[in-house]
Design a protein around this ligand. Sequence first.
Ligand code: BEZ
Length: 399
Amino acid sequence: MSDSTRHYDLIVIGGGPIGLSTAWQAARRGNRKVLVLERYGFMNERGGTSGAERHWRLQYTQRDIFALTLEALPMWRELESLTGRKLLHAVGSLWFGDTEVKTNEGQISGTARAMDEMGVPYEWLTRPEIEQRYGFANLPGHYEGFLQRDGGTIDVRGTVSALFQLSQQQGAVLRAGVQVTAVRPDSDGVTVETAERTYRADKVVLANGAHANDILGAWGVELAVGLYELPLVTVHQRKGEPERPFWFAFQQPTDEDTNLFYGFPPNPWSTSDDLRLGPVFEVDGLEHADASKGLPAPRQVERVVDWATAHMPWVDPRPAELATGLAMLPKDPGRQFFLGNAGALVDGGENVVVSVAGWGFKFIPLWGRICADLALDGTTTYDIGRHALVPSATPGIVE
Ligand code: BEZ
């Protein structure tokens, strides 16, 4: 390979959904050499992209993030129409529980106010209505919530394969099995080292999820994140059950964990009656992504099974399959994501864009667009101020 072929306009590090979306959005502008370097294989399920489905929702408590979901929607529609593949399934998004509980995902009462302001329709539901309509049992008397009908589930594998296809069609070069060992920005561009060779790029997008701090650590910088291996518990739905929405139960935390549970209905794009349940317990954080075992902690599975046994008579609560998903969440619950230019972190950092952490799957086409904007134009019209990478008072830490 000659030296000139090692120079790219944009190198994307990480070939998961954010990386592929960035490559697609950058390459489709034309006339740009875009390279994606993926440490494992494309469409792997090792990082945060495990499992079949993710929650699609419009509603957020924070108005700026809410607006981003509305902006992501037409981009999902474009992705669907370009690939002839349905990716968003509007089975509904049901949030119920203690309406005042504040969680990383938001708060029911605050989110209802935000939907009123943003003109997004929803139906407010009392506890008896939630039980009668959706079959939940024995919910505490004060629980209430809402159904937002446009929400539902996202086909994860369909999305990643759509982005793989589109980024290749647009001419992005996709390389698997390449581990990046160093990223060195300077005022003219960025040097990217791998075990085999050295690349040079005008710009780099760091979309390597749970491995982001491996690269940033060499700059003396660390994003303040917690890494959690969250259980995904597959159970069988009983025969002849009606279609249900995605649901999220907001509950007061216990001494042990956040006490938050969610569940998908059986996937509309599969014929199986299996469905997945999970908790969002930010406990037992991992030191590093490589420490993930792929199997959930037995106590956490027991908590999910107990919840299903008490409240979900339409499933057989015995786990049919166990898996985990790696969640990298900013320690500051108000932040939600790290998305922005690294100019404030290191000399030459203005040539590096970072997009990692948070429950970001619902934003995938938009996050790719924003990363491409930031890398190729140096700016974006989308409101991402909240997600900026600004060093905190603690040296080297970005909170
Ligand atoms: C979300 O909507 O962002 C979400 C849903 C379930 C679990 C975690 C996150």
